[in-house]
Design a protein around this ligand. Structure first.
Ligand SMILES: *Cc1c(COP(=O)(O)O)cnc(C)c1O
Length: 950
């Protein structure tokens, strides 16, 4: 079999030689030796197992999957059996047109997933009965923590957060972690919430629906809680099961200000805990406080309705340490899947699924009540059954019969009915309790909740219920978007590389897909073994001692790492060490995470050459010597350069008693070349969805492992429901599930296994070669902003457009949008320097694709010069009018001073191979979108169809 390395790396053989020649080096080793500072360069090869070919890697993953025992999961606690419609699994979750897309920051080429996300938001607002919902959060537990932070920002009163004792245990633990650093006092109320609201100066209260034991509070009680909370100037958060909401009174209806929860049971596999999309909906007046991304309606340059991300000034990439949260990568692919489940089933189909689940639970309750005691009779899908002294035996007997139940304690067992539960499962459960199989008797109700089907009335949820219609809808939306399956996405800092099919296939194996995160360790042996080997490989690659894969995005890894630093200082009695130094060029998540970890951000200047200004660093270290907690630096820097001062920087901070956090999102430039854990850093997060080939999903999932040196290992995240998840000395969990988004870890496992030590190094080197090739070719037409030793860049380069803008009036926006006409996704715009483009080609692009991109950029430069020369007016030229939609180009009147062919086919016709005249032209779905208009006229759910007709 051909080595995977030659499939993964785009330019090999002669093409690689040509790239090397252009850059002026003999070999990859010669290039990396010149680029990577000798003070940090890795001496010996990484100690990893020999590379596997694709078949062997697939077999190894199949072995891990087979070592898991996903029985029928009836454990509950926020994770439920569900049936993923095959049309959605195959054409969405397993379809690279969906999973290889980037976050929709370039909305003109993202209308498909933006529409799907608008559907998601509409689904959530309808079911929650609240007017605005975001486009997904990371999991239910962090969503509750985000809601807590939101409530505190708006209430500005007291520090007490009241938590219903029925909140899911992992949610409580994550909330406690978040509360630790920000001085919030978490008070758990096992009793009357109304009374608790009257006795505590609380800023908010959270109630769980249904509660962890399955009980559903009545509508009157919920109204009383909300009224009392509002009388006391406290916010009300409902953590609600989405399927239950099809039958329960909507939270907005009884007075909740915020509703949060998971959307997993809308057709998304259990995945041993994730990835799953969480949701958040808020009442009117709180929309500007939402964490994470929000999709809104706007219009394009032709006045046509178009979607784009709204109110971005809330977000970390703009607001930094004053952002509403640190969330960047969220859970777009999973949110899209859940929304499609609602589109496919429609309101009546969802209601029927919920009624089916509820009815099974009621029949089971009737059967069990004959021999056992139930905790209550108001429930949706979950029962807590008291069997004094026999709980472990019941759980074991059920497992023997193929069903996993929840062991609450020695006397109680939890049973939760999912969409996938069969009559045989119900009979097996009854038998484990010593009861006879459920019959026609029913017991229990919904505590007076009496909701009509008053949701999802929009046509989109009422017109795609056949598989044919669903298939075509998925295809139609996917075709509007530009993903890696069409061409290069050269986004600097985002590392959009190949997501190998071999590694993707494994995640659909039932052994990986269908395991409940709180299944006993004995049923998860395959996952535990795979995760342990992945963590040690990541430790070897980074030079750290221990790794936790629990954080489910880079932002969460940052928070976890900073919490480790905080814990370390506290353990040393250095309570006053709370200052976090962050260079001006840092990613926005860094500053936002520091604030969440209770730190104060002090910005360090950038020197003229783009490196951290060491003189300023010295001054800031001296000024904060006693209070210095940490520095957070990105390496290679966000300017795409290997700074040779990194060792000095680490020493300076260490000498002052601070810890060094290296943001490892740019690890692609270090693979097999240098190890942050060895060159002076104490902790890093990695982005498996960048460097280690997990697809970006159009904005998530992500995995942000945190890697530490030994002295910080006692402070890696842990989990209340699984001892194996982390050290007992930890501050607690940062994610709902013990291993975060475990379901996508096989992707990175396979990636590392198939490359091996040599392949990883070759990948890193090839990424550096590609970036330097692009810098070399473009450098003749645009200034390259920063370079390091020998005029080399690392894995990305910044093209400075400011001189061009000054000379010609052509903006960075114009260039980015014109690239769409040439068939490209734009590079990263205006980060980390305004008015620039940051290009990261990655190792996976071929020489042909690199050249196609460079040719486009060079042609655009010529177009800009033509504008400057007066050939076209400044406000009517191919750049200003880009991107050109098909509707524009075929319109009967064309009155621009350049031809249609130049508008649509600026690179010339790329003919289809059979020569029929077909071309591989990508047409953007919208002309340039007006973001400001949309922010002024905020619409974040599906607009009535009539509004499109206007
Ligand atoms: C992508 C990135 C992050 C954030 O990672 P997410 O997974 O999006 O939260 C942090 N720092 C840098 C430098 C990045 O490029």
């Amino acid at each position: 079999m051909v080595a995977f390395t030659t499939r993964h790396i785009g330019a090999v053989g002669e093409d690689r030689t040509k790239l090397l020649e252009a850059v002026g080096y003999e070999s990859l080793d010669a290039l990396s030796a010149a680029a990577v500072p000798t003070t940090i360069a890795l001496g010996a090869p990484l100690n990893l197992p020999p590379a596997l070919d694709e078949a062997a890697a697939a077999a190894e993953l199949a072995g891990f999957a087979a070592a898991n025992r996903p029985r029928r999961a009836m454990i509950g606690l926020g994770y439920h059996g569900t049936v993923t419609p095959p049309v959605i699994r195959r054409n969405l979750l397993e379809n690279p047109a969906w999973y290889t897309a980037y976050t929709p920051y370039q909305p003109e080429i993202s209308q498909g997933r933006l529409e799907a996300l608008l559907n998601f938001q509409t689904m959530i607002t309808d079911l929650a009965g609240l007017p605005t919902a975001g486009a997904s959060l990371l999991d239910e537990a962090t969503a509750v923590a985000e809601a807590m932070a939101l409530a505190r920002r708006v209430t500005r009163k007291g520090s007490v957060f009241l938590v219903d004792a029925q909140v899911l245990p992992q949610t409580l633990a994550v909330v406690r972690t978040r509360a630790l650093a920000t001085g919030i006092d978490v008070v758990v109320v096992d009793g009357d919430l109304v009374e608790a609201l009257q006795t505590h100066e609380a800023f908010a209260v959270v109630v769980q629906l249904p509660g962890a034991d399955g009980g559903v509070r009545g509508t009157d009680e919920l109204r009383a809680i909300a009224a009392t909370a509002h009388d006391n100037n406290a916010s009300v958060i409902a953590a609600a099961d989405l399927l239950a909401l099809t039958m329960l009174t909507a939270p907005g209806e009884w007075g909740a200000d915020i509703a949060v929860g998971t959307t997993q049971r809308f057709g998304v596999p259990l995945f041993y805990g994730g990835p799953h999309a969480a949701y958040m909906a808020v009442r009117e007046g709180l929309e500007r406080q939402l964490p994470g991304r929000l999709v809104g309606l706007s219009k394009d340059a032709d006045g046509t309705p178009a979607l784009r991300l709204a109110l971005q000034t809330r977000e970390q990439h703009i607001r930094r340490d004053r952002a509403t949260s640190n969330i960047c990568t969220a859970q777009v692919l999973l949110a899209v899947a859940a929304s499609m489940y609602a589109v496919y089933h429609g309101p009546r189909g969802l209601r029927a699924i919920a009624e089916g689940v509820h009815d099974k639970a009621r029949r089971l309750a009737a059967a069990l009540s004959a021999t056992t005691e139930l905790a209550g009779t108001s429930f949706f899908d979950t029962l807590t059954v008291t069997v004094p002294g026999r709980a472990a035996q019941v759980v074991a007997d059920a497992a023997e019969a193929g069903v996993q139940l929840r062991l609450v304690d020695a006397d109680r067992v939890g049973v939760s009915v999912g969409e996938d539960a069969t009559e045989a499962d119900l009979a097996a459960v009854a038998q484990a309790f010593g009861a006879s199989a459920p019959g026609e008797q029913r017991l229990g109700d919904l505590a007076g909740h009496d909701r009509g089907v008053d949701y999802l009335t929009h046509p989109v949820f009422n017109s795609r219920h056949s598989e044919t219609e669903m298939l075509r809808y998925l295809r139609t939306l996917a075709d509007r978007d530009f993903a890696l399956d069409r061409g290069m996405i050269p986004l600097g800092s985002c590392t959009m590389k190949l997501n190998p099919t071999t590694s993707m296939e494994a995640i659909s194996l039932p052994g990986f897909a269908n395991l409940h995160p709180f299944a006993p360790a004995s049923d998860a042996q395959g996952y535990l073994a795979m995760i342990e080997r992945l963590c040690s490989a990541l430790a070897e690659i980074t030079g750290y001692d221990r790794v936790s894969v629990q954080p489910n995005a880079g932002s969460q890894g940052e928070f976890a790492g900073l919490m480790a630093i905080r814990s370390y200082h506290l353990a040393n009695g250095d309570d006053q060490r709370t200052v976090c130094l962050i260079p001006a060029s840092a990613h926005g998540t860094n500053a936002a995470s520091a604030v969440m970890a209770g730190m104060k951000v002090v910005v360090v200047k950038t020197a003229d050459d783009g490196s951290v200004d060491l003189a300023d660093l010295r001054a800031k270290v001296a000024a904060n010597a006693d209070t210095l907690a940490a520095i957070m630096v990105t390496y290679p820097s966000t300017h795409g350069v290997y700074e040779d001062t990194i060792g000095e920087l680490c020493a300076l901070v260490h000498d002052a008693g601070g810890q060094v956090y290296v943001d490892g999102a740019n690890l692609n430039a270090l693979l097999g070349l240098a190890q942050p854990g060895k060159f002076g850093s104490d902790v890093s997060h990695l982005n498996l969805h960048k460097t280690f080939a997990i697809p970006h999903g159009g904005g998530g999932p992500g995995v942000g492992p945190v890697a530490v040196r030994a002295h910080l290992a006692p402070y890696l995240p842990s989990h209340p429901l699984l001892d194996e998840a982390g050290p007992a000395t930890s501050y607690g969990p940062v994610s709902a599930a013990p291993f975060g988004s475990a379901g996508v870890l096989p992707i990175s496992y396979a990636f590392i296994a198939m490359l091996g030590a040599d392949g990883l190094r070759e990948s890193g080197q090839a990424a550096v070669l590609a970036a330097n090739y692009v810098a070399k070719r473009l450098g003749e037409h645009y200034p390259i902003l920063y370079t390091g030793a020998h005029d080399l860049v690392a894995h990305e380069c910044i093209v400075d457009l400011r001189p061009l803008t000054k000379a010609t009036g052509v903006t960075v926006d114009d260039v980015a949008k014109r690239l769409i006409d040439y068939g490209f996704h734009a590079p990263t715009m205006s980060f980390p320097v305004a008015g620039t483009l940051m290009i990261e080609p990655t190792e996976s692009e071929s020489k042909a694709e690199l050249d196609r991109f460079c040719d486009a950029m060079i042609a655009i430069r010529a177009e800009a010069d033509a504008v400057a020369a007066g050939q076209w007016p400044a406000d009517d030229n191919p750049l200003h009018n880009a991107p050109h939609t098909q509707a524009r180009v075929v319109a009967d009147d064309w009155n621009h001073p350049y031809p249609r062919s130049l508008a649509a086919y600026p690179g010339g016709l790329r003919l289809g191979s059979v020569g029929t005249g077909a071309t591989d032209k990508y047409w953007p779905a919208s002309a340039r979108i007006d973001g400001v208009y949309g922010d002024r006229n905020l619409v974040c759910s599906c607009p009535p169809v009539s509004s499109y007709a206007e």
